[in-house]
Design a binder for this molecule. Sequence first.
Ligand SMILES: NC(=O)c1ccc[n+]([C@@H]2O[C@H](COP(=O)([O-])OP(=O)(O)OC[C@H]3O[C@@H](n4cnc5c(N)ncnc54)[C@H](OP(=O)(O)O)[C@@H]3O)[C@@H](O)[C@H]2O)c1
Length: 322
Amino acid sequence: MEALVCRKHGDPTNPPDSSENSPLSVSTSHPIPNLISPTSVRVRIKSISLNYATYLQVLGKYQEKFPLPFVLGSDYSGVVEFVGPNVTKYGVPDGCDLVAAAAIPVAYGTSHQALVHRANLKSDQVLLVLGAAGGVGLAAVQIGKVRGAIVIAVARGTEKVEFLKSMGVDHVVDLSKEGVIESVKSFLKTKKLKGVDVVYDPVGGKLMKESMKLLNCGAQILVIGFASGEVPVIPANIALVKNWTIHGVYWGNYETNRPGVVEDSLKELLSWLARGLITIYMFRSYKLQEAYLAFLEIKDRKVIGKVMITVDDPKTIPSSRL
Ligand SMILES: NC(=O)c1ccc[n+]([C@@H]2O[C@H](COP(=O)([O-])OP(=O)(O)OC[C@H]3O[C@@H](n4cnc5c(N)ncnc54)[C@H](OP(=O)(O)O)[C@@H]3O)[C@@H](O)[C@H]2O)c1
C-alpha cells in the first residue's frame, strides 16, 4: 500500500524524499498491517485530514511522541474492506460526503466534546472562539451556532474575516486591524450584553491573556491548544473570585479512555452534517506526494477550515463507508 511515512523528526514543509533534511517519505510498497484482533477494521482510505497536530507530530513537538517511523493520517475516511468478528457497528449515514467526513473526527470531535459534553453550551450564551478560521476553531463556530449561542469569532486578515461573516457569526474581530478587548466590548455594549460566558481557546499566549478580561463571573474556559506556541497562565485566584471553570480538553484521551463519549459525539456530528446544520469547508485538497504543500499552508496560517489529502483510487466503491 501507499503511505506517507515520518522517518525522523523535522520540518514537513520539505518535499518528501527530496533531501537529507526531509523527514517525510512516500512509500509505495508499505506492508499492509496484519489484522490480529477480533475488533480489527481495515479501511481503504479515500481522504485524510491534516491537522496542526500532525504538523507538530512531524516536528517532534507534539505532546504525544510516536515511535519512529510512523505513518501519518489517523484522521480519515474511506471504504471498509474487512471487519473482525466482534465488530458490529461502523459506517456513516447516507447523505454524508465521503471526502468531507475525514474532517469530522479530530476537528469537529474536539469542538463538540468541548462545547457540548464539557461546557454544555446553551442557547443565548456568549461564545468567544479564538483561532476561529482554523480547523478546530471553525468547527467550534458552527457548533456554537447549532446550539443557538451568540458567537464571536477572532481571526487575522480580511479573507478569514469575510469568510467567518459568511458563516453567520454574530461578530468577528480582525486581529490585523483591532484589539480583541476593545472590539468585543463594543459589540457586547451594542447588544446590551455583559461579557463572555464560554471561551474556546486553541491559540493560547497573549490572546488568551487578553480574552480573560472579557469573561463573565461563572464563565467557562476551554483549553484546546497552543497554536501561538505559548501556554497561557490562568491565575487561580481570579478563577476563584470569578467562579470560573477551566476545562482541559484532549480528544485523543477521550478516544482511548471514554470511547462511548466519542461515539455519541460523532453520531450527533454526522447527523448534523447529513442535515446540513454543519458544513465542512475544505480549503484545498492535495495528493499524498504533495502533503508538504498542505503543511506549508498550515505553517503560514493560510488555512481556512481544513486541508486534506485525497487518494484517487479506482477501487474505491462508496458502499460501506467510515
Ligand atoms: N485538545 C485537543 O484534543 C485538540 C484537537 C485538535 C487540535 N488541537 C490543537 O488546537 C490548535 C489548533 O489546531 P488546528 O488544527 O485548528 O490548527 P489550524 O487550522 O492551523 O488553526 C490554528 C489557528 O490558530 C491561529 N494562530 C494564532 N497564532 C498562531 C501561530 N503563531 N501559529 C499558527 N496559528 C496561529 C491561526 O489564526 P489566525 O492566523 O487567524 O490568527 C490559525 O487559524 C493546535 O495547537 C492543535 O494542537 C487540540
